[in-house]
Design a protein around this ligand. Sequence first.
Ligand code: NAD
Length: 492
Amino acid sequence: MKLTNFFDGKWQDIGEEKYTAVLNPASGEQLAEVRMSTKEDVDLAIAAATKAQKKWALVPAPKRADYLYEIGRLMKEKKEHLAQVLTKEMGKVIEEGRGEVQEGIDMAFYMAGEGRRLFGETTPSELADKFAMSVRAPIGVVGLITPWNFPVAIATWKSFPAIVAGNTFIWKPATETPMMAYEMAKIFEEAGLPDGVANIVFGSGSEVGTAMIEHPDVKVISFTGSTETGSKVAELGGRHLKKVSLEMGGKNAVIVMEDADLSLAVEGILWSAFGTAGQRCTACSRVIVHKDVKKELEVKLLEQMEKLTIGDGLDESVKIGPVINKKALDKIHSYIKIGQEEGANLLVGGNVLEEGDLANGNYYAPTLFTDVKPNMRIAQEEIFGPVVSLIEVGSLEEAIEVNNGVKFGLSSSIFSRDVNKVFRAQRDLDTGIVYVNAGTTGAEIHLPFGGTKGTGNGHRDSGVAALDVYTEWKSIYVDFSGKLQRAQIDTE
Ligand code: NAD
């Protein structure tokens, strides 16, 4: 199967043809080939989006929302198929694949509801016979750049608010996971979205991403990916005065206090550390544990880690799938040596899995380090694999300090039965998301999603907050006095 670009309402196959293979990370099997587009493809797609946007902005928002209801309905109808494709190209286990597709469906219906809200404000004027209000106005053409670890959910977090607000978009998915974008393009087409509203251009970040950011007709860039790439996007976007929304890396921690329900904490840690093979932006990669329960937690964790089943995510009994590619496998493995050289104690894992069928895919053993110090590289850098570091602390204050002592600020969690500790923690943990008595993953689509410090630049995906990325505030004054009334002067 050859995946070609979709823009101006058509499957495009123009110009020089260059394709690259899409591989199943569970087996190494080739699933498809995807077009590696050029700047010329990007320019054509942006021209189509620019032309369509003027008309689209004039469609009443509830009518724009009707398309989203239809998109949500189609996603629901095709949920199992989408989840299967997702698991094949990305590797996450099928249960999580279904969950991710559901997130997209939820986002479609939630943002469709915004078609009848998109609330602005009305407010009294300081002058007589004058009316004042502010409304959300569409911005124009928006550029979406997404990572491979959530190939459909993140795209819906960005494209659905963009659509309902009256923008058109160009979406560049990650080269590792273009099949979900292809599936979504088919859904956009089937839902009858007008030509040029949804446009997908496949290709590399350096060629397609750069061309999108530099193009004068793209007003907003919404990016999710690593902090390293995000910084480059912000730099280039800044030079071109783009509004740039960044959602980037994490180094998320679960705090386990001495009064925690330890069995529940273990469940929370396993789910958030090893789900998606540790390749979630919110993955727990540090466990900050009170010294009184450290040994007990270690024992319980090791007991449960032994039971984790690893393999092809399409097998319903498997709990942990592969990591995305060989490069990721090498990166993850390099941190084992780094951790050991720094003096951390490797309790379990630390190896590539190559027995039997696993040899064909990219599998890494769930790994637990203990006696990790907060400043070690394994406790500071995003490893993006199934590797967890246990850090011992003596108090809640120290736990919060360790949690906050990294350059990222996406998600954190505390397990404790003490309401005072919990409330102090939710106030003082410097992350965009805080969980209490749950792991570091599990965001719901109607709340803002994003982080502080090196994780973001102040914008949020999801929730009503996402609309701030895709709209401009416009203030409107209507004077019906029939005379010139000057603000701040003619107020008496
Ligand atoms: P990545 O930064 O390598 O790539 C992300 C996207 O940017 C891809 O589409 C890629 O092709 C593109 N890109 C690469 N270079 C570019 C350039 N110079 N200009 C423009 N675009 C460019 O990230 P990844 O490996 O795909 O994803 C993993 C990362 O994403 C992790 O760091 C993870 O924490 C992060 N992530 C963050 C969130 C969040 O919401 N905070 C969610 C998911 C993933």
